[in-house]
Design a binder for this molecule. Structure first.
Ligand SMILES: NC(=O)c1ccc[n+]([C@@H]2O[C@H](COP(=O)([O-])OP(=O)(O)OC[C@H]3O[C@@H](n4cnc5c(N)ncnc54)[C@H](OP(=O)(O)O)[C@@H]3O)[C@@H](O)[C@H]2O)c1
Length: 287
């Protein structure tokens, strides 16, 4: 193996993938739009600027791929990138998708078939919703911090929230392994919780009262739009909540354990660690 390129390499998942691989002695190049002070293995890379692709993929044989965020039709950018990567010698891609995304002719759902068409060895990771949405900069976390409130359109639907550290471990194993296993890679945590239950658990762990308010998908679309998100994207996000309300995210899989040999982290353990980290560094960001 030569070098693994981690796109979105400074983000929630990519950062953890890079750490996992480097801890095993793998040469890793992280890629994103902003420089990382003191990291000479990071390259400036922008999905909107194809001129940045060649420098990112040079000497790379495996890629962790985080697609352009908020791009309603990411296939054009990703297709051009994959052409450059395969020409440079890339043989394997682990694509970060989502349990809420199914294969489709356009949008995020177009990416799995696109990558499979172009790259010899492909793993499509379909994680459920991230535990990290409850901390850091995500709107759910901001609502908790600013108003003690989580607003969704999920009703009583449950979600098998997953720690991105577990996603990164799966990605790392798949990027380093001898081959890619067959079948769907739906990644979940060990327990499905409604947002009511998650809010109650946050209260137990932190001692701070948090409530969950469930509104309609239409109301949520309007609220997301008010934050500057384009209407169609806001409607797509609210639609994902409606799917959760209908039970789409309740399933629990053994994929993390099957691939890594480790049990995925529970939401309670995640909260305890995040709370300890915040107590130790009150001004810091838990990400
Ligand atoms: N949150 C969830 O619950 C959830 C659940 C399932 C799946 N997912 C999937 O997870 C993915 C997001 O992953 P994440 O949460 O790890 O990401 P993230 O924390 O939002 O970080 C995004 C990363 O992408 C980089 N980036 C942003 N725009 C870019 C651009 N135009 N060109 C190049 N790099 C760019 C960012 O760095 P710079 O700013 O420096 O460019 C950063 O490194 C999405 O595809 C989403 O569908 C999320």
């Amino acid at each position: 193996m030569r070098t693994v390129l981690v796109t979105g390499g400074t983000g929630t998942t990519g950062r953890r993938v890079a750490t996992f691989l480097r801890a095993r002695g793998v040469a890793v190049r992280t890629a994103s739009r902003h420089p990382v002070a003191g990291d000479d293995q990071h390259v400036i890379f922008d999905w909107a600027d194809p001129q940045t692709f060649a420098g990112a993929v040079e000497g790379v044989d495996r890629v962790f791929l985080v697609a352009p965020l908020s791009d309603p039709d990411p296939a054009a950018a990703v297709g051009g990138f994959l052409d450059a990567a395969v020409a440079a010698g890339t043989r394997r891609v682990a694509l970060l998708s989502s349990s809420a995304v199914t294969d489709a002719p356009s949008g995020l759902g177009a990416l799995p078939p696109l990558v499979r068409d172009r790259v010899p060895e492909v793993a499509v990771l379909r994680p459920s919703w991230f535990m990290q949405n409850f901390v850091g900069s995500h709107p759910v976390a901001a609502g908790i911090r600013e108003r003690g409130e989580i607003v969704t359109a999920t009703g009583r639907g449950r979600v098998a929230f997953i720690d991105p550290g577990d996603i990164a471990a799966v990605a790392g194993h798949l990027l380093l392994g001898a081959s890619i296993p067959d079948g769907e890679l739906i990644l979940t945590g060990p327990q499905a919780l409604s947002y009511d239950e998650a809010a109650a658990m946050i209260g137990e762990v932190t001692g701070t009262s948090v409530r969950h308010t469930s509104i309609t998908a239409e109301e949520l679309t309007t609220a997301i739009e008010a934050g500057g998100v384009p209407h169609d994207y806001a409607r797509m996000l609210a639609g994902m909540d409606a799917e959760i309300a209908a039970g789409s995210e309740e399933r629990i899989t053994t994929t993390v354990r099957d691939i890594t040999g480790e049990e995925p982290r529970s939401f309670r353990d995640f909260l305890l660690d995040a709370h300890r980290a915040r107590s130790a560094h009150p001004a810091g960001t838990v990400a």
